[in-house]
Design a protein around this ligand. Sequence first.
Ligand code: AMP
Length: 568
Amino acid sequence: MSLSFDLNDLEVLTTNAKQIQDKLLEDILTLNANTEYLRQFLHGSSDKELFKKNVPVVRHDDVKPYIERVANGEPSDVISGKPITQFLLSSGTSGGKPKIFPINNKYFEDMTFIYAQSSSIISKHIDGVQEGKAMMFKFSRAPSTTPSGLPVSSVTGSYLTGEYFRNRPSNHFTSPDEVTLCPDNKQAMYCHLLCGLVRRDEFVSVAATFASTLIGAITVLETHWKELCSNIRSGHVSEWITDFACRDVVTNILGGPNLELADLIEEECREESWKGIITRLWPKTKFIQSVLTGQFAQYIPTLEFYSNKVPLISMVYASSETIFGVNVNPLCKPQDVSYTFMPNMSYFEFQPADEGNKGEIVDLVDVKIGCYYELLITNYFGLHRYRMGDIVQVSGFHNNAPQFRFARRKNLVLSVNVEATTEEDILKALNHATDHLKSSDLILMGFTSYADISNLPGHYVFYWELKSNKVNGVVKLDNKVMVECCRVIEESFNYIYREVRTKDKAIGALEIRVVKQGTFDSLMEFFISQGASASQYKTPMCINSSEALEVLENSVRARFFSDKLPPL
Ligand code: AMP
């Protein structure tokens, strides 16, 4: 089959979604037919029907041994017909360690395509975007390497340190590349803010991949505004900015003392309320761009508060495994965002999510409006019928390409940043903590949790109802034991939680709020009054209804915080 469409044109792409998906699967199967992985199922064939019949739907654990063999130096054709040149480190994972995914340059070609699509869509809806600059909070870390010497990095990190970013056609950022590429992310964050403030006249937008990073930027602005103003006033960058390249280039941008600007910023930051601070400091802001769907939707009210209701735009749905699609209606409410899947990225299949994973798997163009599906992807780099763990709901079609609302991650329970803490993570951590409780004659009668983002950075709150293990015993709370429990929970959480908490300081200390006895009975009564079944009631492991939280908050008798950063 040959296709002669203009694959850069969104309308052409979405109109021909079926043909493009069929051709893409044919290409992948032809390319990978002789990999060790596919050969065992297809014996060299690249037939679509055989693929559907023989190739199993898999999870990460199933393909991990193959991926690891390539990472350890075996030839790429264990899984991929084309050479694997690097690995992406996924952040949005559950379980202990981050996952790695094989890729090559094609991934960045796709990413460049998606960025171009998304900026052309924004330009169609908002005037004057091309002429201005974006304060882009992006950060890179030096990549690590696999045992065979291939680089391993996050999606953003790989993109920023690679040729596609270096050779991009135009530069729309307030920060020079030396800042974006500064390996010390704390220095980079400060310099992003400093450059953004100095270049506020050229400014049109604020951007970060995920909304949690924007919240992090506001936190740094809150703690450092006096210092930023003093740098602008004197024309000297703070001494702790020691990265030479970064320091040099930011000094240049400061361009000497600027008293007037320093006064102006100081005046705004001194105001008691920081409502609208983004638009007060950067009055030319036309929009804020960041992922605000899924686990990041919790930040919408906070960003609305700081931004005085300039449009909050979520443009791209992507992962380390593949890029899915773009939002073709950027000015819709952030709560209503859908992503139109791009049929030229990967081969997408959908398993109905409402039927306990038993329903028939369907193709991209065959999904039904309103239904929930778990995403399965087949990409160019060795993943075939891979379960993403993301659940999406069909909200409509753009031409023949379906649009999806991000519904949830399959296992996510708690999150305040990019980490995903699952029920399993929580239960494991609780087991460790309750072991500690034993020394104090207390037993745990009820628990639930809550991701508190009312103060920044957000932190996890565990509500505990405790009882003495002696008949008629009194609950005596020992501060040392309780703080230790907080610490043990944090230490038991997955690697990404500990990394974001300890390295990035983007999660606050975990808190246990001990509630009065009987509170969890009142909580149950509350849920039953709301329609829950009394016979099947289970205390939710995580709560976000404000009424339910009120039941708990009214009964809090003591609070304890973790006093140490968890080791990595
Ligand atoms: P990572 O591989 O670390 O980039 O994480 C990818 C995961 O982040 C996806 O599988 C989603 O669960 C989540 N994610 C990425 N983009 C979005 C989006 N636009 N809306 C909601 N969740 C997203």
